[in-house]
Design a protein around this ligand. Sequence first.
Ligand code: HEC
Ligand code: HEC
Ligand code: HEC
Ligand code: HEC
Ligand code: HEC
Length: 392
Amino acid sequence: MRNCKIIQSLITVLCLVNTVAAQESLKIESAITCKECHEEIYDEWVNSQHARSTPLKNTLFANVYRLSQEDTQGQTKLYCIRCHAPVSQINGDVDLKKDITNEGVTCDVCHTITNLTNHPNNWPNMYEPGLVKQGPSKDTEAVGHKVVFSPLFENSRLCSGCHGDMLDIPGTRSCGNLTICDTDFEWQSTVQAVEGKSCVNCHMTRGPDQIAIKEKKSHFRHDFSGAYSPVMLQKAVDLTLDIKEFEGEIIANLEVLNVGAAHLVPTGPPARMAFIKITALDQAETVVWTNFIENPVKEDPFGVFHIVFANIAGKVPSMPWLASRIVKDTRLRPGETRRLVYKFPASGVKKVTVKLLYRLAPSALLDRFEITDETLKTAYRMAQVEAFTLSQ
Ligand code: HEC
Ligand code: HEC
Ligand code: HEC
Ligand code: HEC
Ligand code: HEC
């Protein structure tokens, strides 16, 4: 009996030692560790939005996150950080106090995802942190850590856990019927997806050779360029413009084509917006007509591509966490050609210029948060086209 107890406590002690050891090896490693051997990949990643996804690193997110918690009595606190500070899911640091948690979507987050669960409204990423890294190659030998091939890397399934369905934000009254954003779903039935072009093909274009401990090998760029990259924005949309004069008016036929993004434009957070700016100029390049002076949403709603929600009391616009229905969704579908017609007096017009502009967040929202960061305040040019009149 006594011996049995001793053995039992020995087992307990051994188990404790084992648990501590297991916890130790279950740690997410810092990107700084990886930098030692994967320097170029580190340099790309550290300048990407993935490295700026937590409140500490991203003012826009910090403000929106705080507001969402105020509006929902803290219900969104854990919800938002499962994607924006995913390390908190593993180390329990939900107050985001540790440096490692503030690395955001760090190397080990992606490279230790072993599986995705199939519950659409649950957190899908399953992590197995430790010295085994999940990767795309079937025959790679690493140094200092092991690598295993993961099929999640073959077709961008890896991205879907965070860029997929965002249903049921705590606070919304939509009973799970309202998709806030779902880039993964938007992509699935596109021509590009059918041809085998996945997220990685456009967002991780091959970079120069890198050296992991002097072993030369070309790698996939880890800068994950998206809407924060003016170059990427210019790849998404084509414009065509045809102008005719009829009975003293100019009729401008405009086509807006989503040719380069295998998902909606804009995709992702509902704060994003693209809009048409059309100006008619005379001989001296003076503007004689334009589609809006101050606010395109009010003055030319058909020329604006965005999603708008209403809350349960019918207030428009509504923040996503209070939304109960979609009021309008004018985002450009993948492959879509949107046709718009503008008419204005022909008198004096020599040239017509059309720009498609892009905002990461509406000015009103930035003003509300007193954000003055130029990156966020700029309206980026996605595409431009012009045409000249014959008569003047
Ligand atoms: C001591 C050097 C060293 C460190 C530190 C290191 N790696 Fe590696 N790693 C290598 C080498 C060598 C390779 C094989 C050559 C290559 O793929 O570049 C490799 C390969 C990989 C691969 C490729 C797997 C594949 O399928 O191609 C991944 C993923 C990876 N490492 C992730 C990481 C992560 C994440 C960290 C930090 C937590 C890290 N490594 C830290 C040396 C290192
Ligand atoms: C958002 C997810 C994500 C993050 C964050 C991430 N990676 Fe990767 N990594 C990938 C994907 C996807 C691939 C495979 C690309 C392919 O082969 O299609 C990859 C490939 C690799 C490879 C193999 C070489 C190559 O490019 O094919 C290495 C090594 C690697 N990553 C290391 C790192 C390191 C180091 C970091 C952090 C500095 C990091 N990764 C951050 C998703 C990620
Ligand atoms: C054919 C190329 C292509 C493919 C495939 C593609 N994208 Fe994109 N993506 C783009 C372009 C171009 C942009 C810039 C225009 C924009 O923001 O709408 C973009 C923008 C983005 C953005 C930034 C949006 C924002 O508002 O910040 C994200 C996130 C994104 N893509 C994720 C994905 C994911 C996830 C997949 C796979 C499910 C994917 N993309 C597949 C071309 C592509
Ligand atoms: C663990 C969650 C997670 C995973 C996995 C993940 N992402 Fe992201 N991604 C994010 C978050 C969060 C942001 C927003 C960061 C910010 O701006 O605050 C983001 C932003 C982006 C952007 C926008 C960058 C910009 O300039 O606007 C692109 C593009 C992107 N991710 C591509 C990918 C691709 C491709 C994959 C798969 C290889 C992937 N992501 C996997 C969480 C993730
Ligand atoms: C399922 C994963 C997921 C959840 C949950 C999530 N987000 Fe995001 N969020 C993303 C991704 C991925 C992006 C980047 C997408 C893109 O750029 O298209 C993003 C982008 C953003 C941005 C824009 C950041 C920037 O740098 O421009 C804000 C703001 C934001 N999210 C707020 C929130 C808030 C607030 C919550 C909680 C109510 C939340 N998110 C919950 C995945 C998520």
